[in-house]
Design a protein. Structure first.
Length: 451
């Protein structure tokens, strides 16, 4: 049973099939281009789409909208220090704003940036600043049929091979994303983070943790890493983040808010220069250092949300709901990556549509049919979203936090099962228009079915 109850509701409707077909055509068969009122159950992303608590709404009313010296910033600063362990922060309007601030300070043309697996905007920011993003997932992480406790881990052995090839002077930054969104939302162990810390010390690199789903990751650590079996989620989170020199945070995930983010920098004299440069870059691109593109009410909501994210009741419900969806989809004959991650269930579109080659985007075929069949919006995370990276053809069903009830997810199961039943009849797609930066094409490209 849930540990919360609803105080506010929003009506939704399922457009009829003819409406859905027309909407999909108008959108160029890219569900990013759909209007939200044309979607019944929206699992496009868990970023900023969750439901805030009464405590967060109450804090918003008291938000300090001062341009400089906002009391709400002081509250956020204290929350980040208490929950994540970073006492020095630079706020931003969301995670990609924080990426622009930090990677603009750390990455120069010709640099190589290592990550367990770069997600879309992270990869794009590295490329934008002249760097080369290189993924270092562990063996099997990109194989939907392979399971394990910590398939999101960073492969330090692979990273050392890259350093031997290019030289350590070209690797100024190493990033670990928790949980590993591009590897089906799988968690990263504390032991692995300690190993990465030692590797960064060896090569003199700055160690960054992308912490947007830090609480979900901490929950898995407590379940699966014996050292932390008796620890609280809050204690695990602090321990895991303590090894990083800096962190990137999209507060639209485990900040439980609809907007916001920040960069955290280690409180150590050796990182004074990085902190100051990040603040100055944020003034240029985000806003003054005590609001960073967020309204005071958003700062206040994130401050409360971070503390709620590490409560036992919340994170148990959160991970449990996603796990339930994954188990039900599996039981219904839908090929999914198991075990499910903390924020999403990933459908293995390559297995569901073996007749559609990767270059014809089987994941996009499944995404479009999920919408066509039941008004469910997911997102392709395969060759369409990550061209030329040899990612598996996955479809992510990201569950917004504290938003949908079990009957909504039962509709998702029924819809996906219906798609799986006739998947052999699905056709592939081709791109007809796309933006010049291929790392971002899936946000706005248009496609057409091949038949």
């Amino acid at each position: 049973m849930r540990s919360y109850r609803a105080k506010m509701v929003e009506p939704i409707r399922l457009p009829d099939r003819e409406e859905r077909e027309a909407a999909l055509d108008r959108a160029g068969h890219n569900v990013f281009n759909l209007d939200s009122d044309a979607v019944y159950v929206d699992l496009l992303t868990d970023s900023g789409t969750g439901t805030m608590s009464d405590a967060q709404w109450a804090a918003m009313v008291q938000g300090d909208e001062a341009y400089a010296g906002s009391a709400s910033f002081t509250d956020l600063e204290a929350a980040v220090s208490d929950v994540l362990g970073f006492s020095r922060i630079v706020p931003a309007h969301q995670g990609r704003g924080a990426e622009n601030v930090l990677y603009g300070c750390l990455v120069e043309p010709g640099d190589v940036v290592l990550n367990n697996t770069h997600f879309d905007t992270t990869r794009a920011h590295v490329v934008e600043h002249g760097g080369e993003p290189v993924d270092c997932p562990v063996d099997g992480a990109l194989d939907p049929a392979t399971s394990g406790d910590f398939m999101g881990n960073f492969d330090v052995g692979r990273a050392r091979e890259v350093v031997d090839e290019v030289g350590k002077e070209r690797v100024p930054v190493v990033v670990v994303t928790v949980t590993n969104n591009s590897a089906a939302g799988q968690p990263v162990s504390v032991a692995n983070v300690r190993e990465v810390r030692a590797f960064c010390d060896d090569i003199g690199a700055t160690f960054v943790i992308d912490a947007c789903r830090f609480a979900e990751n901490a929950y898995f650590v407590r379940e699966r890493e014996p050292e932390f079996a008796d620890a609280s989620v809050a204690e695990v989170a602090r321990e895991q983040l303590s090894y990083a020199d800096a962190c990137i945070m999209s507060a639209k995930k485990d900040g439980l808010a609809n907007a916001g983010g920040f960069v955290g920098v280690r409180d150590d004299p050796s990182f004074d220069d990085l902190f100051e440069r990040a603040k100055q870059r944020a003034i240029l691109y985000e806003g003054f250092t005590t609001y960073g593109g967020m309204a005071g009410r958003d700062l206040a909501a994130v401050a409360v949300g971070l503390r709620e994210a590490v409560t036992e009741e919340y994170v148990r419900d959160r991970v449990g709901q996603v796990r339930w969806l994954g188990e039900r989809l599996d039981a219904a004959g839908v090929p999914v990556v198991q075990p499910a991650g903390g924020h999403a269930v990933y459908i293995d579109a390559g297995t569901m549509c073996p007749h559609v080659p990767s270059e014809e985007f089987p994941g996009q075929a499944v995404v479009c049919d999920l919408y066509r069949e039941g008004g469910v919006r997911g997102v392709e995370l395969g060759e369409f979203a990550f061209p030329g990276t040899d990612r598996p053809d996955l479809v992510r069903l990201a569950v917004p936090r504290r938003t949908y009830a079990r009957d909504h997810l039962e509709h998702v199961v029924e819809t996906a099962a219906a798609v799986a039943d006739h998947a052999t009849s699905l056709a592939g797609y081709e791109v007809v228009s796309e933006p010049p930066m291929e790392e971002l094409r899936h946000f706005s490209a248009e496609l057409r079915p091949l038949t």
